[in-house]
Design a protein around this ligand. Structure first.
Ligand code: NAP
Length: 526
C-alpha cells in the first residue's frame, strides 16, 4: 500500500482495522457528492483493542529520553510535510476550504509539532523542583523533596470540523499530548475522514521508524454518541481534548464526570469574541477598520473559533460612517462553501432566528454550490442586546452582530453581561486609555486573550498564546489548547521524598543527566 492510498478503515496500533459497524462517505460540501472510499466504523469491542494498546504503550513511551522523544515529534512533522500536496487536495474536497488556507494549516500543524519537539528538548515542562534536605534545621530537620511532572496516561482527542489539520489528527491536542508522553487515541471527525486517514498514516510511519510501541497512536472512525462516549468512559483514558459544539463538549464532560474515576475534559466550544470599538478609534481610518472587520468576520466562511461575532460601535456620525463602510464591504462579499451541509444548515437556522430579533444591516450574495450562503451583518441597540439572550448566541459562520452604544461608560456593564470568551478586543487610541482601563478588569474575567487594535482571527502558535477562556469558551479556563502551555493539560506533579539518588528519575538525580532546567530551593539552578 502506498502512503497516499485510502483504505476507508481505522488505524489501530499500526494495523488497518475494518470496522464492523455501518459505513459512511465524506460529502464534498462544494457539490454535495459522496467521496470515495466509504469509511467503516468500528464497534466498542474494536475500540478496546486501541485502548489496550495505548495502555501497553504508555510505560515505554512516557519514559523516552528527551532526544528520542523530540526526534519522534520532528519525524511526525516531516512525514506530514512529505505528503503535503495529497493532504491539501483531499482536505479541499472534504471541507471546501481553499488551497492557500489548507497549505497554511499543514505548515502550522508541522510547526506546532516542531515547537513541541523544542519543548521536550528544553525540559522546562518537566517542572523539576528540588528542596534539598537540611539535616541541621531546628527545631526539626528538613527532608529532601523533589518534584517533577509526569504524563497522565492515554489521551482521547476529538478532531474539529473547522481545522481539518491544525485541530485534528496531528493538531494541537494530539501534539501536546504526545509531547507530554501520552499515547493518543484520535476520534476522527466524520466530515474529513480521508484527510484524517492520510495524517494518521503519517504519524504511524513516524511511530514505526522510531521503533516505538504501535499503541502510541490510533485513529478511529466511529459514531460519537456510541464509540466516542465509550472512548471517554474507557478506564484506560486519563484526559480528553475536544473542539466542537457546546452540546458535544458538554456531553463529553458529563460522561467523563460520571465515570467511576472521573477525568478532565478540555473542551473548546463556543465564543462570540466581542470587539469594543472605542470612540477615538474612529477618528481616522474608518474604511480600513471596516474592511479589516469584514475580512476577519467572513474569512474561512466565518468558521473560526475566534471569529468576531459581536462588535460594539458608538452611536453618532463616526459610528454611522463605520457601519456604512461595513455594509458596503458586506454587500460586495460572496458566500464561501461551508464545511458541511449540517454546519450550513445550522448557520441558516441561526441567522433566520437573528432576523427576528435584530435589524439586517447588510447581506452579501450567495456563493456557488449548495452550501455557500451570503454573509450577513445584523445590528441592535445596546438595550436590545442587554435584554435579549438570543442576541448572545454564537452563529458559527459568516454572520456578525453590531451593537450600538450611546456612552462608553455603558461598556463595562455590557461586557459583564457576556458569557466567557476565547478573546476580547479593544480598538482604541491614547485618548481612550481611561475608558479602556475601566473595561480591562471585566475583560480579564471574561476572556482568555485580550487584544488591542487588531482582529481576533489568526491565532499565533507560540509560548505566550492562550486559546482558552471561561465557560462556554472552554470547559476549563485554567489552560489553553494552542501554544506550548497546552502540554500542562496532560501532566501531573509527583513528589519524591528522601529517595536514594539511584532510585530517582533522571531529571531529579543530583547529576541532572538530561540537563533539564530545575528550581533548587526556589531559585533557577546554575
Ligand atoms: P460537534 O457536533 O460537536 O462534533 C465534534 C466531534 O465530537 C465529532 O467527532 C462528533 O462525532 C463528536 N461528538 C459530538 N457530539 C457528541 C456526543 N454527544 N458524544 C460523543 N461525541 C460527540 O461539532 P462539529 O461537527 O464540528 O460542528 C457542529 C457545530 O459546532 C457547528 O455548527 C458549530 O456551531 C459548532 N462549532 C463551534 C466551533 C468553535 O470553535 N466555536 C468549532 C467547530 C464547531 P460524530 O460526528 O460522530 O457525532
Amino acid at each position: 500500500m502506498t502512503a497516499l492510498e485510502l483504505t476507508g478503515h481505522s488505524l489501530i496500533a499500526g494495523r488497518t482495522v475494518a470496522g464492523t459497524g455501518a459505513s459512511f462517505h465524506a460529502i464534498a460540501p462544494a457539490t454535495g457528492d459522496e467521496l470515495e472510499p466509504s469509511y467503516s466504523q468500528i464497534d466498542v469491542d474494536q475500540l478496546r483493542e486501541a485502548t489496550a494498546a495505548a495502555d501497553e504503550a504508555f510505560p515505554s513511551f512516557s519514559a523516552l529520553a528527551p532526544e528520542a522523544h523530540a526526534a519522534f515529534l520532528d519525524s511526525v512533522a516531516d512525514e506530514i510535510e512529505k505528503i503535503r500536496d495529497a493532504i491539501v487536495e483531499r482536505a479541499m474536497q472534504e471541507t471546501g476550504l481553499p488551497n492557500a488556507r489548507l497549505n497554511g494549516e499543514v505548515g502550522r500543524t508541522a510547526g506546532q509539532l516542531r515547537m513541541f519537539a523544542g519543548v521536550v528538548r528544553s525540559g522546562l515542562f518537566r517542572g523539576v523542583r528540588i528542596d534539598p534536605a537540611i539535616p541541621d534545621r531546628a527545631p526539626a530537620p528538613r527532608v529532601d523533596i523533589r518534584q517533577r511532572k509526569l504524563p497522565v496516561g492515554p489521551v482521547a482527542v476529538f478532531g474539529a470540523s473547522n481545522f481539518p489539520l491544525a485541530f485534528s489528527t496531528a493538531g494541537g491536542d494530539t501534539a501536546s499530548a504526545l509531547a507530554a508522553g501520552c499515547p493518543v487515541i484520535f476520534k476522527a471527525h466524520s466530515s474529513h475522514p480521508g484527510t484524517s486517514e492520510l495524517v494518521a498514516n503519517a504519524i504511524a510511519r513516524a511511530v514505526a521508524s522510531h521503533d516505538l510501541h504501535p499503541g502510541v497512536f490510533s485513529a478511529i472512525f466511529g459514531p460519537g454518541r456510541t464509540v466516542g462516549q465509550a472512548l471517554v468512559t474507557d478506564p484506560v483514558i486519563q484526559a480528553v481534548g475536544f473542539t466542537g459544539s457546546r452540546s458535544g463538549g458538554l456531553s463529553l464532560v458529563q460522561a467523563a464526570q460520571s465515570r467511576a474515576v472521573p477525568i478532565p475534559v478540555y473542551a473548546e466550544m463556543s465564543s462570540v469574541n466581542p470587539v469594543f470599538i472605542l470612540p477615538g478609534a474612529l477618528d481616522d481610518g474608518i474604511e480600513d477598520l471596516a474592511t479589516a472587520y469584514v475580512t476577519s468576520a467572513v474569512g474561512s466562511s466565518g468558521q473560526l473559533c475566534t471569529q468576531p461575532g459581536t462588535v460594539f460601535v458608538p452611536e453618532g456620525e463616526k459610528g454611522d460612517a463605520f457601519v456604512a463602510a461595513v455594509s458596503t464591504a458586506i454587500a460586495a462579499s460572496t458566500g464561501q462553501t461551508m464545511l458541511s451541509p449540517s454546519i450550513a444548515s445550522a448557520w441558516r437556522d441561526g441567522t433566520a432566528t437573528r432576523d427576528d430579533h435584530a435589524e439586517v444591516t447588510a447581506r452579501g450574495s450567495d456563493g456557488s454550490g449548495p452550501h455557500a450562503p451570503a454573509p450577513v451583518i445584523h445590528s441592535a441597540s445596546l438595550e436590545q442586546f442587554m435584554s435579549n439572550e438570543v442576541l448572545h448566541e454564537e452563529i458559527f459562520g459568516a454572520a456578525s452582530l453590531i451593537v450600538r452604544y450611546r456612552d462608553v461608560a455603558e461598556l463595562p456593564a455590557a461586557a459583564e453581561h457576556l458569557e466567557g470568551q476565547l478573546t476580547a478586543t479593544l480598538h482604541l487610541t491614547d485618548a481612550d486609555a481611561a475608558d479602556a482601563a475601566a473595561l480591562l478588569p471585566v475583560l480579564e474575567r471574561k476572556a482568555g486573550r485580550i487584544l488591542a487594535n487588531g482582529w481576533p482571527t489568526g491565532v499565533e502558535v507560540g509560548h505566550a498564546m492562550v486559546h482558552g477562556g471561561p465557560f462556554p469558551a472552554t470547559s476549563d479556563p485554567r489552560t489553553t489548547s494552542v501554544g506550548s502551555l497546552a502540554i500542562e493539560r496532560f501532566l501531573r506533579p509527583v513528589a519524591y521524598q528522601n529517595l536514594p539518588d539511584a532510585l530517582l528519575p533522571e531529571p531529579l538525580k543530583d547529576a541532572n543527566p538530561w540537563g533539564v532546567p530545575r528550581l533548587i530551593d526556589g531559585a533557577l539552578e546554575g
